[in-house]
Design a protein around this ligand. Structure first.
Ligand code: CP
Ligand code: NVA
Length: 300
């Protein structure tokens, strides 16, 4: 069988994603019960980080240890990639020595080049275009708290960025309705929206997108690599903050998610982030459990 990669949620079928989340919930229970589960004994994951990370790094590194394997942190400055060794050559060499590669980088094409030159599974730990690992954790969190998601309406408020694109992919695979509200000039990839079979609706008003929604999700106004646009974005995203007034438009039992790190007072107010409807800490913890299920699926 050819090597499977996880560059996008669309690399997995709907059935595979549901099974993966069921397994993540099981793996979480095992960990909480103190039951050892080490199916990746002797396996090594190389983690290339061309951007900063707290959750992704800690969850993959802790996850590999808990599964009986080992994770290796590689920053561009510490390997020849940072001195101009082609990414293709780096992928061929690294993949000849370890059992899996996780990469966080800028252009999505770099993740694809690594996968094209790798004999072992490659995981996208975030690119400018997609952040599929975060969606595994978000979907696990929803399934734990609410069960099936296909009849739910999700509202994405803010930038049409990598997280927004992965929510579109999640709508395609899990079948939920996705309302997206972005300022002019910050819309998601229109080809991706068009491929979503009518599940995705675009709004220019956060209030309209949020009305009667069951899950409200946002992310920072300026992603990694866009720091110089921060001041302009603060102006352009006026009206796209998730606050209590906006949350009041959603269903009474709506949940709030954010991939974190959050900028309190910008895309979300502190009272929403720390409020009763927010599940962001469970969502963050689930990065660990969901990715352990992913690592087992790909590397076992
Ligand atoms: N949500 C997320 O990916 O966080 P990090 O950037 O800390 O990995
Ligand atoms: N959209 C954000 C997500 C961070 C986890 C970024 O790319 O910086």
């Amino acid at each position: 069988m050819s090597t499977r990669h996880f560059l996008s949620l669309l690399d997995f079928s709907s059935d595979e994603l549901h099974a993966l989340i069921d397994h993540a919930i099981d793996v979480k229970k095992k960990l909480k019960a103190g039951t050892q589960h080490m199916p990746l004994s002797g396996k090594v994951l190389a983690m290339i980080f061309e951007k900063s990370s707290t959750r992704t790094r800690v969850s993959f590194e802790a996850g590999m240890s808990q599964l009986g394997g080992h994770a290796m942190f590689l920053s561009p400055q510490s390997i020849q990639l940072g001195r101009g060794e082609p990414i293709e050559d780096s992928a061929r060499v690294i993949s000849s020595m370890v059992d899996g590669i996780m990469i966080r980088t800028y252009e999505h094409e770099r993740v694809e080049i690594i996968a094209d030159n790798s004999r072992i599974p490659v995981i996208n730990g975030l690119s400018d275009y997609l952040h599929p690992c975060q969606l595994l954790a978000d979907m696990q969190t929803w399934f734990e708290l609410r069960g099936e998601i296909k009849d739910a309406t999700v509202a994405w408020i803010g930038d049409g960025n990598n997280m927004c694109h992965s929510y579109i992919n999640a709508a395609i695979r899990f079948g939920f309705k996705l309302n997206i509200a972005c300022p002019q000039g910050y819309l998601p990839d229109d080809n991706l929206v068009a491929s979503a079979n009518g599940l995705v609706k675009i709004f220019d008003s956060a209030e309209q997108a949020t009305t009667a929604a069951d899950l409200i999700v946002t992310d920072v106004f300026a992603s990694m690599g866009q720091e110089q646009e921060q001041q302009q974005r603060l102006l352009d995203f006026d009206g796209f903050q998730v606050n209590q007034t906006l949350m009041a438009k959603a269903s009474n039992d709506a949940l709030f998610m954010h991939c974190l790190p959050a900028h309190r007072g910008e895309e979300v107010t502190t009272d929403v982030l720390e409020g009763a409807q927010s599940v962001v800490w469970q969502e963050a913890e689930n990065r660990l459990h969901a990715q352990k299920a992913l690592l087992e699926f790909l590397m076992r």
